[in-house]
Each structure stands twice: as structure tokens, then as C-alpha cells.
Write a protein that binds this ligand. Structure first.
Ligand SMILES: [Fe+2]
Length: 337
């Protein structure tokens, strides 16, 4: 199905100046009537198609007795996600060029979903969650717990509140219906959904830290492909035409000790690549130095060094590109996205 969702003002309704203040003060804001009817209807139709055809169903993400999830992927999804980034940049003031989609799932709660689960915080990459309800059953309500503290969850997985520390306090109840748009800080604020059975919500999660642990930002796929083409053409293609960026899909770098501490190793986990690829300390240093996207020639020529050392750095860069740890981004792109 082709869903054309166009510019920001053809998807999201006009917002007043108070929206940004509310979000920044409270950590969430509900935009009543925040999505225009035509855009909502197209997203609802998309869900119906996914449900009926099982297209885009994320089987690994199905949580037994809780929910089914579908990847929001369609012709034109890139454009729609860009519009969602425009909204987030406007409301939160975060830098538009760094905004990265970390998740884009339609969540359909099963009839057996727990009516009152313990609250959780999302993984670190869920800096901002956009909730767009597609179908909401009577009595279903989002619960937010700003009183449980707003410390960020730095882990790359959700954490569930442990009631043995202190009982769960009364939540803020947020009644978001189809037509509304809810924004909240997913990794900072404990949240859940009460009486979720039968409800369907589109969640787009993003961050301004260039983190894409599930490989769901369209730029991750695009940049990986560009990088593989550049690596394959090495020798003939001019690498000056690219900037190097630490891959947003890097999940973890691990240090291990074996054989009674006689052997020490470093390995890297990257979403979509083989698990535990070996790297060395110089690779790690190059990755650590690459805080911001940098021109390839600048990265290779960094610091003192003769031609041989630069050649070594170029070889190291190519290795890190080929294993997926560094992406090359065409220089003409104003932003990585
Ligand atoms: Fe969540």
C-alpha cells in the first residue's frame, strides 16, 4: 500500500506555543486532535492490512499474552518519519539533524493482556516516544509515574519497576484517543497502559544521540548500503566524497578475559551484523575519537604521522566500515538523516 503522508502540516494539526513548555516542564504532553483525520485514517488502514496479511509482523517481538507488534514500513515511510522528526524538533528543541528513529512499531494488545501491569521505562534510545493511538478500547488509559523519579534508564533494554523498593504510587492518567498524539520521555518516565486489551497504538521512538539499536531509521539502511558499495569499490572510488560516522547500530563493545587472564579480547556487537566481531585497541581508539561525523580524509590524516601511518589508518577505517562499526555518509548530505 502506498501511503502518502506529506508535509508536517498535512499530518499533524497546528500546535500552540504552550506545547513545548508543557513537554519540557512535565516530560510529556498530550496533543488533543494532534493528528489530522486523513493521516489517522491512512495509518488505521495500514494496521488493518498488516493484521489481515501478517505483513511486517515482528514475530520476535510478540509478547505472549500481551501484544503483537508490526514494523511501520511502507512506500513513503521515510517521508512520514521525517515529518515525525520535524514535530519532535519543534516541540522538544532537540537538533533536527541528529534525530534518529530507534523504533517504529504498531503495538496491538491481545485480549489477554494484563489489565494492570507494573510500570516500566524504555531502553536508553527511546529518548522521546510519540504515541499515536489507532484504536482504543473503553477504559484503556496510559499511566505515567513522574513521581517515581526521572532518572534515565541507560540500559539497552526496558526496565520494570520493582515494587519491593516502594509500592507503586498513584499514576497520572492520560486519556489519549484516536486523533490525539502523545509525546513523553520513554527512557526517563515510568509508564504503562491499563486495560490495554484490544487497543492498537503506533509508537515512533527517537533520540538526538544517533542511536539506532534496532536498525529502524531509514538512514541506517541507506548508509550501510552506501558504505558497502564504497568498500567494494576501494581503489577506484574517491573516499573524499564521504564522511565517516560511528554506526548508530552499535550495541556494545565488550572486553573479555580467558585462560586465567592470559588472553584478553575486545569484541563488538552491532545490530544486523554477526555477534561478537573481534576488534583491537586501535580500532576502539578510532571509534572513541569519532564523536562527530568526520571527513574521511581528515580522519585518516589526523595527528602526526607519515604516509605509512596514514595508510594503516585508512586500512583500519576500511576494516571498521566492512564490519559495520563505521558508516560512510555521502558528503553532499547536509545531515546523516
Ligand atoms: Fe514503553
Amino acid at each position: 500500500m502506498v501511503v502518502q503522508l506529506g508535509r508536517i502540516d498535512t499530518v499533524f494539526a497546528a500546535r500552540d506555543a504552550d506545547v513545548a513548555r508543557q513537554y519540557n516542564e512535565d516530560g510529556y504532553v498530550l496533543l488533543k486532535g494532534g493528528i489530522l483525520p486523513d493521516a489517522l485514517r491512512r495509518l488505521q488502514d495500514l494496521y488493518t492490512e498488516f493484521r489481515d496479511t501478517e505483513q511486517n509482523r515482528l514475530s520476535a517481538w510478540a509478547i505472549k499474552n500481551k501484544k503483537q507488534q508490526y514494523l511501520l514500513a511502507f512506500d513513503g515511510d521515510d517521508e512520514f518519519l521525517n515529518v515525525a522528526k520535524d514535530l519532535i524538533a519543534e516541540v522538544t528543541g532537540l537538533p533536527r539533524e541528529k534525530l534518529t528513529v530507534s523504533e517504529r512499531h504498531i503495538k496491538a494488545y491481545t485480549e489477554t493482556a494484563d489489565p494492570n501491569p507494573l510500570p516500566h521505562k524504555d531502553r536508553f534510545a527511546s529518548q522521546i516516544n510519540i504515541g499515536i493511538p489507532l484504536h482504543i478500547k473503553k477504559d484503556s488509559v496510559l499511566t505515567l509515574y513522574p513521581d517515581l523519579g526521572l532518572a534515565t534508564n541507560f540500559a539497552n533494554r526496558a526496565i520494570v519497576y520493582d515494587p519491593s523498593d516502594a509500592p507503586v504510587p498513584e499514576p497520572v492518567l492520560v486519556q489519549a484517543d484516536p486523533g490525539d498524539v502523545l509525546l513523553f520521555r520513554g527512557a526517563d518516565v515510568f509508564h504503562e497502559r491499563r486495560n490495554a486489551a484490544g487497543s492498537v497504538i503506533l509508537y515512533i521512538k527517537m533520540n538526538a544521540m544517533r542511536l539506532d539499536p534496532l536498525g529502524e531509521d531509514p538512514s541506517s539502511v541507506r548508509n550501510r548500503r552506501f558504505t558497502q558499495d564504497m568498500v567494494a569499490a576501494q581503489g577506484s572510488a574517491p573516499t573524499t566524497a564521504a564522511r565517516a560516522e560511528r554506526s548508530p547500530r552499535i550495541l556494545a563493545i565488550r572486553r573479555s578475559f580467558e585462560s586465567g587472564f592470559r588472553h584478553e579480547g575486545l569484541s563488538i556487537d552491532i545490530h544486523g551484523e554477526a555477534e561478537g566481531q573481534a576488534i583491537d585497541t586501535e580500532d576502539l581508539e578510532m571509534l572513541q575519537r569519532l564523536e562527530e561525523p568526520t571527513d574521511v580524509e581528515q580522519l585518516v590524516g589526523q595527528g602526526e604521522g607519515n604516509g605509512a601511518e596514514q595508510g594503516e589508518r585508512r586500512a583500519r577505517l576500511l576494516k571498521l566500515c566492512s564490519i559495520g562499526a563505521i558508516d560512510l555518509v555521502p558528503s553532499e548530505d547536509a545531515s546523516a538523516t
